[in-house]
Design a protein around this ligand. Structure first.
Ligand code: NAD
Ligand code: MG
Length: 398
């Protein structure tokens, strides 16, 4: 039943870290939000719990066996959530007529097609899935302009930049006196680990982020700083920011989530405890502000905020991302795909931590960057890079 006073939501990737935080905020404001669809690829038991709690019209899973088991569970309990399967179902629930807002929180390239479906349907898109924008930035932004969809950044850095830019910022640094975007980075778990020790790093160590609790892929990206590289590319597209005006600053406390520097020397920042419910709630309620359960920031208890420049020897993935952004065309698509393959190989114990950057560099060297006129070209570049990356992984002794 449609309730016109509520914001109607699809959460793509509901069972993930961002999905769980999103539903936590939603549950605090039942008068504001109605959940229409939830999707998950794994952790189906968690998805089932979420469905019993939020009673969506649709639940989407990947496999037929999962779908059957879930449908039986719902029918036994008298819950009338319909279970759908497969990639086309993801696109369908992202573009439903009566959905207002889509939280795009699938990890990696798998999120591109459903997020683009939401863009094409003119939805309000809350973008956590940075890989979609990195791999298809020009196409994504062109589709957004064409459909009139609204894009609100969930990534904490981009949400902070969004909050620190003028409300009427329309993509022009010059018109609004913006000089630079300063993206902060915690430096991850290995900021001070001696380089020679990085060779033997395990997935568990790489996933133990000092400040944020996140999914495994983004945790490894944070440890290599490819996450920041992807975020530089994400900032380029979101804010129409020239690459040489996007600077990365290491800030280990993760209290300042990012900053905008203006021509008059002013630097505006957004601060808060490192808890994704803040940017999620900001985007969900924008332009209003709502409660999140996030603890108030106690600056005196934190005591000190520190900053340093990133070391490109320790974090070669960061210059690789700038290199791909400068090359343009399909280079960011290749970078993203090679990174996904390398991170998966590292998490499976088939690649050493330090070789992640080598695999990405090998793919950028071997595969030429081509123009990306349409989605087929994006998906083609993604496929070629995955094959080249798998070969590069197979060549590396661990
Ligand atoms: P996660 O691994 O915890 O969750 C990913 C979600 O995507 C899960 O629901 C999973 O079931 C689903 N999924 C995975 N593969 C899929 C596939 N092939 N098809 C359909 N669904 C699939 O990841 P996360 O940490 O929640 O991150 C999600 C996205 O948000 C990523 O793009 C990440 O970079 C971005 N992000 C996360 C954080 C964070 O704090 N976790 C912060 C900023 C940005
Ligand atoms: Mg981030």
């Amino acid at each position: 039943m449609r309730r016109p006073d509520k914001q109607r939501l699809t959460v793509l990737g509901a069972s993930g870290s961002i999905g769980v935080s999103t539903l936590d905020v939603v549950a605090r404001h039942p008068e504001r939000f109605e959940v229409v669809a939830l999707t998950a690829y794994s952790r189906i038991d968690l998805l089932a719990q979420q469905c019993f709690r939020h009673r969506p019209r649709y639940a989407v899973v990947a496999g037929a066996a999962d779908a059957k088991a879930l449908a039986a569970k719902f029918s036994d309990a008298g819950l009338d959530t319909e279970v759908l399967t497969g990639p086309t179902a993801l696109q369908r629930v992202a573009a439903l007529d009566d959905v207002d807002t889509v939280m795009a929180a699938i990890v990696g390239a798998a999120g591109l097609a459903p997020t683009l479906a939401a863009v094409r349907a003119g939805k309000r898109i809350l973008l956590a899935n940075k890989e979609a924008l990195v791999m298809a930035g020009a196409l994504f932004m062109a589709e957004l302009r064409r459909s009139g969809a609204t894009l609100l950044p969930i990534d904490s850095e981009h949400n902070a930049v969004f909050q620190s830019l003028p409300a009427d910022y329309a993509g022009s640094f010059a018109a609004k006196g913006v000089r630079r975007i300063l993206l902060t980075a915690s430096g991850g778990p290995f900021l001070n680990t001696p380089l020679e020790q990085l060779l033997a790093v395990t997935p568990a160590q790489a996933c133990a982020h000092p400040n944020w609790v996140m999914g495994r892929k983004i945790s490894v990206d944070s440890a290599t700083m490819m996450n920041k590289g992807l975020e530089v590319i994400e900032a380029h597209w979101l804010f129409n920011a020239p690459p040489d005006r996007i600077e990365v600053v290491i800030h280990p406390q993760s209290v300042i989530h990012s900053m905008v520097e203006y021509a008059d020397g002013s630097v505006l920042a957004q601060l808060g405890n490192p808890d994704m419910r803040t940017p999620i709630a900001h985007a969900l309620a924008y332009p209003e502000r709502i409660e999140t359960g996030v603890a108030p920031l106690d600056l005196c208890a934190i005591g000190r905020l520190s900053f340093e420049r990133p070391d490109s020897k320790r974090f070669p993935c960061l210059p690789l991302a700038y290199q791909a952004l400068a090359a343009g065309g399909s280079a960011p698509t290749l970078l993203n795909a090679a990174n996904e393959v390398a991170v998966e190989a590292f998490l499976d114990g088939r690649l050493s931590f330090l070789a992640i950057a080598d695999v990405i560099a090998a793919v950028l060297d071997a595969v030429p960057s081509l123009p990306l006129p349409d989605l087929d070209a994006v998906l083609g570049a993604d496929r070629v890079a995955r094959v080249a990356a798998a070969e590069a992984v197979a060549r590396r002794p661990i």
